[in-house]
Design a protein around this ligand. Structure first.
Ligand code: NBP
Length: 511
């Protein structure tokens, strides 16, 4: 039986994330009262951790929500880690019925849509403090240190801060590298925690969504580098593993490059001398946060084309049967083995990957810049990049460069305009263009590399063919156009089919 008012934190939802985050908090000395809808899950887990988890005694199982609520110190702090969507509202309503009060803090740590978080904070405001926090890092991050992205009422954050800083991943103060010397019962000591207050209402969940959108494009770019090198150089998985392991020692040093190297050298348990990756079916799944990022980019009119392209690449891959049929009917060029220097091509693909990655992050940060205006947040981009340096899936050496860029100029309009990133793309773009050309000439799909290059070339163009587009719109729909030789805000219309008809000034900006 849980003791009254004894536990520091309540946690609801004992699937992968909940179990691991509860143990992480317990390792840091917090007592955690836990609850899961299916009570057998709670009991079996408690039985299992008793034997090998040093902090198991600080986990307090409960079988109904009244028991959980009664066991918490005030103001009560309850973390919800259930499937995002309707389950979150169901749990909050049950918590309110179970005795949660106005000053208690209910934190949704799932992958919730930020607009749901904004709505929930308002809807429950008279009955509890509803708070949203993104958590990234999967099972290991939740267990030993995640990137925590909190957003909500600043007064509630004061009560949560020390817990969030404890369970967050830590990075080295000087190098910014993740500190990963941890074990059950022995969390990382010292270091800078990968969490910071991001802003009110949905800010935390919005930043988490952008993190996931970037994760999609980061993964897609790596997959394209893998397929280009495999096809153009005929490299086997274990040879490619060495290439990625080598890249992981330089600018591309990141968790995703590191796990790619690990995956590629893994032999298949069924076919002894072959590689598992070659037997994994090429049909990608997705859970929706990448799609939300793409949809939000479209809604706000921000050109995050590479992030959207990464989502579409997954959609295209999922059409496996259709693609197999199409491959028998639709012809393209025969892929030619690259006849030049092998190491030079490997280096060119590395540079193409780095340049594309810079564009992808530029898009993600441009989205956040727009969203903060829309939602009246004041996001700190240097800190956002800093809290992604450890714990989360996109953790990378590169993020320090983004922190440096926004520290130099917190109002930076686009990452591409920062001197460091400008120089990196200047250095890498000849190779990037060569790689994109090779993909096109050889008929290898590389949508992320190509769309990132199109973004770069479009963004640096003082003049785009949208002049013709505006004329087309005016021709068929009288949508009007502005002129290059008149002030902005003066809109004209022409009766196009009738040659010689005068141009009409339709509207002027209000004085
Ligand atoms: P899942 O997203 O798989 O959800 C399973 C949990 O939700 C179980 O505890 C289940 O209880 C509970 N649940 C459901 Br489903 N419907 C419920 C309801 N109506 N009332 C109460 N409980 C309900 O768990 P997860 O993978 O641990 O993820 C938790 C959250 O964290 C999600 O929002 C997820 O998107 C996010 N997240 C996951 C990861 C990851 O790597 N897995 C990473 C980052 C964020 P039951 O046992 O009774 O069915």
């Amino acid at each position: 039986m849980a003791q009254q008012n004894a536990a520091d934190i309540g946690l609801i939802g004992l699937a992968v994330m909940g179990q691991n985050l509860a143990l992480n908090a317990a390792d840091h000395g917090y007592s955690v009262a836990v609850f899961n809808r299916t009570t057998s899950v709670t009991d079996e887990w408690i039985e299992k951790i008793k034997t090998h988890e040093p902090s198991a005694s600080r986990i307090i199982p409960t079988h109904d929500l009244r028991q959980l609520v009664a066991s918490l110190k005030r103001p009560r702090k309850v973390i919800i880690l259930v499937k995002a969507g309707a389950a979150v509202d169901a749990v909050v309503k049950q918590l309110l019925e179970a005795g949660i009060e106005k000053d208690d803090i209910v934190v949704d740590c799932g992958n919730s849509l930020w607009t749901d978080t904004i709505r929930r904070e308002k809807e429950y405001a008279s009955r509890c403090k509803f708070f949203g926090s993104g958590v990234s890092g999967g099972e290991v991050g939740a267990r030993f240190g995640a990137s925590m992205m909190p957003g909500g009422d600043p007064a509630s954050w004061k009560h949560l801060q020390s817990i969030w800083e404890a369970v967050a991943a830590k990075v080295d103060v000087k190098t910014g590298k993740p500190l990963e010397d941890y074990a059950p019962g022995k969390p990382v000591q010292g270091g800078v925690p990968c969490t910071t207050y991001l802003g009110p209402d949905g800010a935390g969940h919005y930043v988490k969504m952008i993190h996931n959108g970037i994760e999609y494009i980061d993964m897609q770019l790596i997959c394209e580098a893998y397929t280009l090198l495999g096809n153009l150089l005929g490299l086997k998985a274990d040879e490619l593993a060495k290439v990625f392991a080598h890249w992981n020692e330089g600018d591309l040093d990141s968790y995703l490059i590191q796990i790619t190297a690990d995956i590629l050298q893994q032999h298949d348990p069924k076919h002894k001398n072959e590689f598992l990756v070659d037997y994994v079916l090429d049909a990608a799944g997705q859970k929706g946060t990448g799609k939300w990022t793409g949809v939000n980019a479209l809604d706000m009119g921000i050109p995050a084309n590479s992030i959207a392209e990464a989502v579409f690449a997954r959609c295209l891959s999922a059409l496996k049967d259709e693609r197999v049929q199409a491959s028998k009917q639709l012809k393209g060029p025969q892929t030619q083995t690259y006849s030049g220097n092998r190491d030079e091509l490997i280096n060119a693909v590395r540079q193409a990957l780095y340049c594309s990655k810079i564009c992808a992050y530029a898009q993600g940060f441009q989205l956040m810049r727009e969203a903060q205006n829309e939602y009246k947040w004041k996001l700190n981009f240097a800190q956002i990049a800093a809290i992604w340096r450890g714990g989360c899936i996109i953790r990378a050496r590169f993020l320090q460069k983004i922190t440096d860029a926004y520290t130099r100029d917190s109002e930076l309009v686009n990452l591409l305009l920062d001197p460091y990133f400008n120089e990196q793309i200047s250095k890498g773009q000849a190779a990037w263009r060569q790689v994109v050309s090779l993909a096109a000439v050889n008929g290898i799909a590389a949508p992320a590399f190509m769309s990132a290059l199109a973004y770069y070339d479009g963004y640096r163009s003082a003049r785009l063919p949208a002049n013709l587009l505006q004329a087309q719109r005016d021709y068929f729909g009288a949508h009007t156009y502005e002129r290059t030789d008149e002030p902005r805000g003066h809109f004209f219309h022409m009766d196009w089919p009738e040659a010689g008809r005068p141009q009409v000034l339709v509207t002027k900006p209000a004085k």
